[in-house]
Design a binder for this molecule. Structure first.
Ligand SMILES: [Zn+2]
Length: 316
């Protein structure tokens, strides 16, 4: 019987994933439901309870010591509540209390950017780095920080929200209410929109995603490449600002946009040389994330694992 098991929940706008995870990051059992994102809050909670019930039916369950939750944000880890943008039925929803009641176990909550960071620090590209910024560049841009060897979720679990740092003072309005945010320039939909605005046209399949723009850039299309270049500069400015503030030495980038590979990373490394200029940030490197689609589950597990008590606000 494993005695170091935790149950992990990764809650997003499209799916609710659960797993039993051991102390080495091994995923021993998975469960999954679609998120009934358009339904009322109790229906969404019902899907979470189904995932938990499936895990609890396992003979491994008696060895589970805690539950870790990584959720789409905003979250409020200090209050134990979540308000995922894409799940309107949950606003200030008391998820921690509900999961604690359903399981009888201590429950830790972090935002999905912090969860991904915990996963990369535990098992991925930020392993062995005491000061790191980890980012998910996808439909949105999220992130999290490791400082002094520990996850730094901040009081409400949202620290490291690099997607909404402004890098263009008079830039386009961002849905968050600010202007010129990293996300407004570097997210997948914005990479695709900018390419289309500047005359890029999709191939015969009509695919207008950022991945299709990346394929064109790889094939030599200058407009497609320029859209990634602009995204890379926004990311570099945000990363350099973070490094200058708190002395990170690595930025780890995951999410669908990172799948563009060198189409993104080559201009990003060049742009970092322009923005990370002071002596103490010149060693800053960037690396692709390694934990892939399991980042949310592994990060939720890391946040719940007692060996990393700074990983989240314990509400036990
Ligand atoms: Zn914003």
């Amino acid at each position: 019987m494993h005695s170091d098991l935790v149950a992990a929940l990764d809650i997003g706008g499209t799916k609710i994933a659960g797993a039993l995870v051991d102390g080495a990051g091994g995923i021993l059992l998975r469960a999954r439901r679609p998120t009934p994102a358009r339904e009322d809050g109790e229906t969404v909670m019902g899907a979470v309870e189904e995932v938990l019930a499936e895990l609890a039916a396992s003979p491994l369950w008696p060895g589970v010591r805690a539950v870790g939750i990584g959720s789409a944000g905003p979250v409020d880890a200090s209050a134990g509540t979540v308000s995922p943008v894409n799940v309107p039925g949950w606003r200030g929803y008391p998820l921690v209390e509900r999961v604690r009641r359903a399981t009888g176990l201590p429950v830790d909550l972090v935002g999905d950017g912090v969860a991904m960071t915990a996963a990369e620090h535990w098992l991925g590209a930020a392993r062995g780095h005491d000061n790191a910024l980890c980012m998910v560049v996808s439909t949105g841009v999220g992130g999290g920080l490791v400082l002094g060897g520990r996850l730094h979720p901040g009081p409400t679990g949202n620290a490291g929200h690099i997607g909404h740092i402004s890098v263009d003072l008079d830039g386009d309005p961002c849905p968050c209410g600010a202007r010129g945010c990293v996300e407004r320039i570097a997210s997948g939909p914005n990479i695709a929109r900018r390419a289309l605005d500047n005359g890029w046209r999709p191939g015969p399949d009509g695919d207008t995603t950022a991945a299709a723009v990346a394929a064109s850039a790889r094939a030599g299309d200058p407009v497609a490449a320029a859209s990634y270049e602009r995204a890379a500069r926004a990311l570099a400015a945000g990363i350099a600002a973070t490094a200058t503030l708190v002395e990170i030495d690595i930025a780890v980038i995951g999410g669908g946009v990172a799948g563009a590979g060198e189409v993104l990373f080559a201009p990003l490394r060049r742009a970092l040389r322009d923005y990370a200029t002071l002596s103490f940030v010149r060693r800053l490197t960037v690396a692709p994330a390694l934990t892939g689609t399991d980042a949310g589950l592994l990060g939720a597990a890391a946040a719940a694992t007692p060996r990393d008590p700074a990983g989240a606000t314990s509400t036990a």
